[in-house]
Design a protein around this ligand. Structure first.
Ligand code: K1U
Ligand code: ZN
Length: 175
Protein backbone atom coordinates (compact mmCIF):
# COMPACT_ATOMS: atom_id res chain seq x y z
CA UNK A 1 0.00 0.00 0.00
CA UNK A 2 1.41 3.41 -0.94
CA UNK A 3 0.11 6.58 0.66
CA UNK A 4 0.74 9.94 -1.00
CA UNK A 5 0.91 13.13 1.08
CA UNK A 6 -2.26 15.23 0.78
CA UNK A 7 -1.58 18.90 -0.02
CA UNK A 8 -3.03 21.36 2.46
CA UNK A 9 -4.74 24.65 1.59
CA UNK A 10 -3.36 27.22 0.83
CA UNK A 11 -1.24 25.71 -1.93
CA UNK A 12 -1.05 27.10 -5.49
CA UNK A 13 -1.46 23.57 -6.93
CA UNK A 14 -4.96 23.39 -5.41
CA UNK A 15 -5.98 26.54 -7.33
CA UNK A 16 -4.92 25.44 -10.84
CA UNK A 17 -7.27 23.95 -13.45
CA UNK A 18 -6.11 20.42 -14.29
CA UNK A 19 -5.18 19.04 -17.73
CA UNK A 20 -7.25 16.28 -19.35
CA UNK A 21 -5.85 12.75 -19.25
CA UNK A 22 -4.64 11.94 -22.78
CA UNK A 23 -2.91 8.61 -22.19
CA UNK A 24 -3.55 5.85 -19.65
CA UNK A 25 0.00 4.99 -18.59
CA UNK A 26 1.30 2.64 -15.88
CA UNK A 27 2.22 5.76 -13.85
CA UNK A 28 -1.40 6.94 -14.02
CA UNK A 29 -2.74 3.50 -12.99
CA UNK A 30 -0.28 3.53 -10.06
CA UNK A 31 -1.36 7.06 -9.09
CA UNK A 32 -5.05 6.00 -9.10
CA UNK A 33 -4.26 2.98 -6.90
CA UNK A 34 -2.23 5.14 -4.48
CA UNK A 35 -5.04 7.73 -4.39
CA UNK A 36 -7.57 5.06 -3.39
CA UNK A 37 -5.20 3.81 -0.64
CA UNK A 38 -4.67 7.41 0.52
CA UNK A 39 -8.43 8.15 0.49
CA UNK A 40 -9.35 5.03 2.52
CA UNK A 41 -6.49 5.69 4.97
CA UNK A 42 -7.45 9.38 5.56
CA UNK A 43 -10.36 8.38 5.84
CA UNK A 44 -12.34 10.11 3.13
CA UNK A 45 -14.98 9.32 0.55
CA UNK A 46 -13.23 11.07 -2.35
CA UNK A 47 -9.83 12.38 -3.43
CA UNK A 48 -8.88 14.41 -6.50
CA UNK A 49 -5.51 14.18 -8.28
CA UNK A 50 -4.46 17.80 -7.52
CA UNK A 51 -4.77 17.01 -3.79
CA UNK A 52 -1.72 14.75 -4.24
CA UNK A 53 0.03 17.26 -6.52
CA UNK A 54 -0.97 15.65 -9.84
CA UNK A 55 -2.61 18.27 -12.07
CA UNK A 56 -4.67 15.80 -14.15
CA UNK A 57 -8.46 15.47 -14.51
CA UNK A 58 -8.83 12.36 -12.39
CA UNK A 59 -10.51 11.58 -9.08
CA UNK A 60 -11.38 8.57 -6.96
CA UNK A 61 -14.41 8.02 -4.72
CA UNK A 62 -16.21 5.42 -2.65
CA UNK A 63 -19.26 6.68 -0.77
CA UNK A 64 -20.45 3.29 0.50
CA UNK A 65 -21.12 3.95 4.19
CA UNK A 66 -22.79 0.72 5.33
CA UNK A 67 -20.03 -1.62 6.62
CA UNK A 68 -22.20 -4.59 5.56
CA UNK A 69 -22.13 -3.41 1.92
CA UNK A 70 -19.13 -4.22 -0.32
CA UNK A 71 -16.83 -1.26 -1.06
CA UNK A 72 -17.17 0.43 -4.46
CA UNK A 73 -13.80 2.01 -5.31
CA UNK A 74 -14.27 4.21 -8.39
CA UNK A 75 -11.69 5.93 -10.62
CA UNK A 76 -13.08 8.67 -12.88
CA UNK A 77 -10.95 10.28 -15.60
CA UNK A 78 -11.94 13.34 -17.64
CA UNK A 79 -15.31 13.50 -15.83
CA UNK A 80 -18.06 15.77 -17.17
CA UNK A 81 -21.44 16.63 -15.65
CA UNK A 82 -23.96 16.11 -18.47
CA UNK A 83 -27.11 16.71 -16.39
CA UNK A 84 -27.87 18.36 -13.02
CA UNK A 85 -31.17 18.22 -11.16
CA UNK A 86 -33.07 21.44 -10.44
CA UNK A 87 -33.63 19.99 -7.01
CA UNK A 88 -30.86 21.10 -4.62
CA UNK A 89 -29.43 19.62 -1.42
CA UNK A 90 -27.43 21.08 1.45
CA UNK A 91 -24.62 18.93 2.85
CA UNK A 92 -22.05 19.75 5.49
CA UNK A 93 -18.84 19.39 3.49
CA UNK A 94 -15.30 18.87 4.62
CA UNK A 95 -12.10 18.52 2.62
CA UNK A 96 -8.99 16.45 3.24
CA UNK A 97 -6.96 19.51 2.14
CA UNK A 98 -8.73 21.70 4.75
CA UNK A 99 -8.89 19.40 7.80
CA UNK A 100 -11.23 20.19 10.70
CA UNK A 101 -13.22 22.85 8.81
CA UNK A 102 -16.77 22.17 7.65
CA UNK A 103 -19.50 24.24 6.01
CA UNK A 104 -22.98 23.71 4.64
CA UNK A 105 -22.84 23.90 0.84
CA UNK A 106 -25.84 23.77 -1.49
CA UNK A 107 -25.47 21.87 -4.78
CA UNK A 108 -27.72 20.00 -7.25
CA UNK A 109 -29.14 16.93 -5.47
CA UNK A 110 -28.43 14.63 -8.45
CA UNK A 111 -25.97 14.76 -11.33
CA UNK A 112 -25.30 12.57 -14.36
CA UNK A 113 -21.55 12.18 -14.88
CA UNK A 114 -19.77 10.88 -17.99
CA UNK A 115 -16.17 9.70 -17.58
CA UNK A 116 -13.43 7.39 -18.80
CA UNK A 117 -12.47 4.38 -16.69
CA UNK A 118 -8.93 3.09 -16.18
CA UNK A 119 -9.55 0.55 -18.98
CA UNK A 120 -10.26 3.45 -21.38
CA UNK A 121 -13.99 2.59 -21.58
CA UNK A 122 -16.64 5.34 -21.39
CA UNK A 123 -19.14 5.34 -18.51
CA UNK A 124 -22.20 7.36 -17.57
CA UNK A 125 -24.10 7.23 -14.29
CA UNK A 126 -26.55 9.35 -12.33
CA UNK A 127 -25.43 9.94 -8.74
CA UNK A 128 -27.63 11.01 -5.83
CA UNK A 129 -27.12 11.73 -2.13
CA UNK A 130 -23.54 11.72 -0.84
CA UNK A 131 -22.32 10.32 -4.19
CA UNK A 132 -23.65 13.40 -6.03
CA UNK A 133 -22.17 15.82 -3.47
CA UNK A 134 -18.82 14.04 -3.53
CA UNK A 135 -18.61 13.91 -7.36
CA UNK A 136 -19.29 17.67 -7.55
CA UNK A 137 -16.79 18.46 -4.76
CA UNK A 138 -14.10 16.41 -6.56
CA UNK A 139 -14.85 17.93 -9.97
CA UNK A 140 -14.50 21.37 -8.39
CA UNK A 141 -10.98 20.34 -7.32
CA UNK A 142 -10.16 19.59 -10.98
CA UNK A 143 -11.12 23.20 -11.81
CA UNK A 144 -9.03 24.61 -8.94
CA UNK A 145 -12.10 25.31 -6.78
CA UNK A 146 -12.47 24.47 -3.07
CA UNK A 147 -15.68 24.32 -1.01
CA UNK A 148 -14.56 27.46 0.86
CA UNK A 149 -14.84 29.36 -2.44
CA UNK A 150 -18.66 29.15 -1.95
CA UNK A 151 -18.40 30.94 1.42
CA UNK A 152 -18.29 34.69 2.10
CA UNK A 153 -14.83 36.30 1.70
CA UNK A 154 -14.74 36.82 5.47
CA UNK A 155 -15.38 33.14 6.33
CA UNK A 156 -12.94 32.03 3.60
CA UNK A 157 -10.24 34.33 4.96
CA UNK A 158 -10.78 33.11 8.51
CA UNK A 159 -10.36 29.46 7.46
CA UNK A 160 -7.34 30.31 5.27
CA UNK A 161 -5.61 32.10 8.17
CA UNK A 162 -6.22 29.11 10.47
CA UNK A 163 -4.85 26.77 7.80
CA UNK A 164 -1.74 28.95 7.37
CA UNK A 165 -1.15 28.66 11.10
CA UNK A 166 -1.70 24.88 11.04
CA UNK A 167 0.83 24.55 8.21
CA UNK A 168 3.36 26.75 10.06
CA UNK A 169 2.89 24.69 13.26
CA UNK A 170 3.24 21.40 11.38
CA UNK A 171 6.38 22.64 9.56
CA UNK A 172 7.89 23.66 12.92
CA UNK A 173 7.05 20.25 14.42
CA UNK A 174 8.51 18.57 11.33
CA UNK A 175 5.23 16.71 10.57
O1 K1U B 1 -12.02 15.84 -1.68
C1 K1U B 1 -11.85 15.64 -0.48
O2 K1U B 1 -11.21 16.42 0.17
C2 K1U B 1 -12.48 14.43 0.17
C3 K1U B 1 -13.79 14.78 0.82
C4 K1U B 1 -14.89 14.61 -0.19
C5 K1U B 1 -16.24 15.08 0.24
C6 K1U B 1 -17.29 14.30 0.02
C7 K1U B 1 -18.55 14.70 0.35
C8 K1U B 1 -18.76 15.90 0.94
C9 K1U B 1 -17.71 16.69 1.14
C10 K1U B 1 -16.43 16.29 0.80
C11 K1U B 1 -13.98 13.86 2.00
O3 K1U B 1 -13.94 12.69 1.90
S1 K1U B 1 -14.21 14.65 3.50
C12 K1U B 1 -14.38 13.28 4.65
C13 K1U B 1 -15.72 12.69 4.61
O4 K1U B 1 -16.64 13.27 4.06
C14 K1U B 1 -15.94 11.39 5.25
C15 K1U B 1 -14.95 10.72 5.88
C16 K1U B 1 -15.19 9.49 6.46
C17 K1U B 1 -16.42 8.94 6.41
C18 K1U B 1 -17.45 9.62 5.77
C19 K1U B 1 -17.21 10.84 5.19
ZN1 ZN C 1 -11.75 18.34 -1.06
Amino acid sequence: MTLRPILLHPDPRLKKPCEPVTEITDALREAARDMLDTMYDAPGVGLAAPQVGLLKRLFVMDCVKDPDEPPRPMVLMNPEIVWSSDDRRVYEEGCLSIPEHYAEIERPAAVTVRWLGLDGAGHEETFEGLWATCAQHEMDHLDGRLFIDYLSPLKRQLITRKMEKLKRDRAREGV
